[in-house]
Structure formats: structure tokens, C-alpha cells
Design a protein around this ligand. Structure first.
Ligand code: NAP
Length: 277
């Protein structure tokens, strides 16, 4: 019997417990995954608790992804580059941090591409917050032809561009300039919270200039189809919501903890059921 969980604040709406517990059950593993509501002032004590209670693995979410790093024994390369941890594995008392968010997005994106040709894609990422940083780091490490970043606060996009430029060509842009140049891009990703319920009529940028056949991803999964996705679809784009990224980041954590590859189909079904889709 192993105890796993997710640590965040607040944590009430997390879909991770139901997703992982159903997977443990389906695979005949007598593990349990819990939601831990940990106040920022209690983070250090909580990590000491993980060691004392032999909790085998954790997901870490807002607001602890960066702060938790100083309490861990080891942090893998990808998490160090992202500058945040979303997964902790307890290996005989050694706490090892990693980050599956960016790789989760990549895994969800690959089936939409014609074969594995990501290296030749021009990509625009809208937003420069935590999710953006994870995604652009993973895309840059994978290798793409061009990785441009636009954000309401352009100085944050500038910082991210500096971060990824050592791997791939990258520039930053004002939202209005990115809108004008949308037809340059094969993949456009919304990593902002604009359009999330209850503000479902908002869009992060005007998508009218999108190229037909381009992939337009939105990391939002509530609603399952954002207005941004709907408008892109109307212009002939292929769209994808945030369920794929959520499921794959969880699946990658699950695999790190147990060494077992979980069922993506079953995890997706669990999440969609929870979301009422
Ligand atoms: P974050 O660090 O707070 O970043 C928020 C981003 O949204 C920033 O770029 C911010 O721009 C932009 N933004 C917020 N309100 C805006 C507005 N009214 N107009 C224009 N831009 C606005 O948040 P995060 O953790 O990166 O999360 C961002 C989104 O990704 C959320 O919707 C979250 O649910 C989703 N997400 C999904 C997954 C998944 O697995 N599918 C995983 C992680 C996150 P400024 O810099 O100008 O403030």
C-alpha cells in the first residue's frame, strides 16, 4: 500500500485524486491518492511529513511549484530549466523533483501532428505565466523551427524569450502584432486564463488570421470548447483543449512513481466524466 497525493492551496477542485485512484484500482494496485490542502506557511512542515510518513509520491500545484524546490534532495534537468516542480518521487527517503507539465503538453500535441515533425513547426505561445514557462521549455528542448511568445505584459514574454533562445529561434511580440502575423504559425497555444469559465465569451487574441489547417491549442478545459477554439475551428484550424495536457502530465507522474504506464483512454474518460463532458 502506497500513499500518493497532490499538494496545493486551495486544492478542493482538483481532478487528480479521482483520476489516479481510478487508475490504481483498475490496475489492481492497493495505493491511495489524496488531496492535501497545504498553506504556504506550512510547506516545509508538509515536506517533512512526506518524509516521516513515507508518502511515496506527490503532485505539487499552485502556489507551491517553485517554493517546494528548496526542500527537495534532487531536481531533474527539465524541472530545473522550467524552474518549478509538479512531481515528487520518494526514493527510499530521497525526494526527487521533476516537472511533467511541458512534456504532458508535448505528448498531447504529438498525435495531432502528421508524424513527428515538430522540429519544422513555427509556434506562437500566448501567455508568459507558469504554464507557458513549462510548455516553452519543453518545446525548446525538443526543438522547433520558431518559438514566438506574446503576452499582455510584454516584459514577461521578453524574459521567456531570453530563456528559450539558447535552444531555438524565438522573439516576443505585443498581442496586437501577434494577431496580425497569425498566418505565419503552424501551432498556436493559449496558455492564459482568458476564456475560462465563467468568462467564456473572452478570447486572448483575435484568431481570424489563423492559417487553415493550423493547430490551435487551449490549455483551458473548463469549458471544454473555449470561444477561442470555436473561432479557430470556424477558420479551418484543428483545435485541442487542456484535457490532453492534464491527463498526460498525470500519466507521466504515475509512471515515474510506479514504473507502470497507465491507460490514457481511461484517465481521459475519468476526467471528462468529472467535467461533465
Ligand atoms: P499564471 O502563471 O497566473 O499566468 C497567467 C497568464 O495569463 C499570464 O500570461 C497573464 O498575463 C495572462 N492573463 C491573465 N489574465 C489576462 C487578461 N485578462 N488578459 C490578458 N492576459 C491575461 O497562470 P498559469 O498557471 O500559467 O495558468 C494559465 C492557464 O493555464 C490557466 O487557465 C490554467 O487553468 C491553465 N493550465 C492548464 C493546465 C492543463 O493541464 N491543461 C496546466 C496548467 C495550467 P500577464 O502576464 O500580463 O498578467
Amino acid at each position: 500500500m502506497g500513499i500518493y497525493g497532490v499538494m496545493g492551496y486551495p486544492i478542493g477542485h482538483s481532478m487528480s485524486p479521482i483520476m489516479h485512484n481510478r487508475e490504481f484500482e483498475a490496475l489492481g494496485l492497493s495505493n491511495h491518492y489524496a488531496a492535501f490542502n497545504v498553506q504556504p506557511s506550512q510547506l516545509k512542515t508538509a515536506i517533512e511529513g512526506v518524509r516521516a510518513l513515507h508518502i511515496k509520491g506527490l503532485n505539487v500545484t499552485i502556489p507551491h511549484k517553485v517554493a517546494v524546490m528548496e526542500y527537495l534532495d534532487e531536481i531533474d534537468d527539465e524541472a530545473q530549466l522550467i524552474g518549478a516542480v509538479n512531481t515528487i518521487k520518494n526514493e527510499d527517503g530521497r525526494l526527487i523533483g521533476s516537472n511533467t507539465d511541458g512534456q504532458g503538453y508535448l505528448r498531447s500535441l504529438l498525435p495531432l501532428l502528421k508524424q513527428r515533425e515538430l522540429n519544422r513547426k513555427k509556434i506562437l505561445v500566448i501567455g508568459a505565466g507558469g504554464a507557458s514557462r513549462a510548455i516553452v521549455t519543453s518545446l525548446a528542448r525538443h526543438g522547433v523551427e520558431q518559438l514566438d511568445i506574446t503576452n499582455r505584459t510584454v516584459s514577461k514574454a521578453d524574459k521567456l524569450v531570453e530563456h528559450v533562445k539558447r535552444f531555438v529561434p524565438s522573439t516576443s511580440a505585443e498581442l496586437s502584432d501577434a494577431e496580425k502575423n497569425l498566418s505565419n504559425y503552424d501551432i498556436i497555444v493559449n496558455t492564459t486564463s482568458v476564456g475560462m469559465s465563467p468568462h467564456i465569451n473572452e478570447v486572448p487574441i483575435n484568431i481570424d488570421n489563423v492559417k487553415e489547417g493550423a493547430i490551435v491549442s487551449d490549455l483551458i478545459y473548463n469549458p471544454l470548447t473555449t470561444k477561442f477554439m470555436q473561432k479557430a475551428r470556424d477558420k479551418g484550424a484543428i483545435t485541442d483543449n487542456g484535457v490532453g495536457m492534464f491527463v498526460y502530465q498525470g500519466a507521466l507522474s504515475f509512471e515515474k512513481w510506479t514504473g507502470i504506464e497507465p491507460s490514457i483512454e481511461r484517465m481521459t474518460e475519468t476526467v471528462l466524466k468529472k467535467l461533465g463532458g
